[in-house]
Write a protein that binds this ligand. Sequence first.
Ligand code: KIV
Length: 275
Amino acid sequence: MSVAKRDLEDNRKVTTRRLIEMKQRGEKISMLTAYDYSMAQLIDQAGMDVILVGDSASNVMAGNVTTLPITLDQMIYHGKSVMKAVKRALVVVDLPFGTYQGNSKEALASAIRVMKETHADCIKLEGGSEIRESIERILCAGIPVMGHLGLTPQSINKFGTYTVRAREEEEAKKLIEDAHLLEEIGCFAIVLEKIPAALAAQVASELTIPIIGIGAGGGVDGQVLVMHDMLGINQGFSPRFLRRYANLAEEITRAVQAYIEDVKTQDFPNEKEQY
Ligand code: KIV
């Protein structure tokens, strides 16, 4: 079914329950990041199922090398901006590094701030058994949690590289165990980042909750990409899993240069463009 037709038929708000129903009937889930009002509005109106206010904002919005420096206040700022625009998509906000790993009380306080101040639908955090207590406490407060396993960028200093994770048997076994644990304790979905496609497909077939992949192949229940990467705004990042749907860097540069030229040559503004 085309996106336009689906939208006409079903523009109800996407919920965590509807994502599970989508998995059950084999409809793939679309998910994309957004960090600001204007882009979130376009992405929502285009019919996206899930919008992730990712801590990748640290890279693509704030210019940091990793996701580690972004703060809870900054994530709340992005979450609020996105929530003002979105009518249909489910909105997930990342808990940033250092706001949930310390202890479960701190994790709950962080999640509550996100929910109260942004009005988002749910939160996402990175990790498995190590953060079980934090996840359980957040879930007990009635806040839906999306897990994130595989390449978890907040642990980049432990990994030392952004290469494919869980190629080795031991790491793959731990990932499968963690995925089952997240489902058992009540997460409504899991992001699997940059792991072998066969492993991701195995996890998706063993679990009843939706598995959303990024660099995890086509055997999962949905796909997520970083908006700046798929629109070709961020040109310095070209991993094998990325498909570019636009080349906005070129388009924006061309438009900005045309404007500069028109200002310099006094072509802009013309008589019709003034009062
Ligand atoms: O922060 C982010 O953009 C993410 C995606 C890569 C899944 O977590």
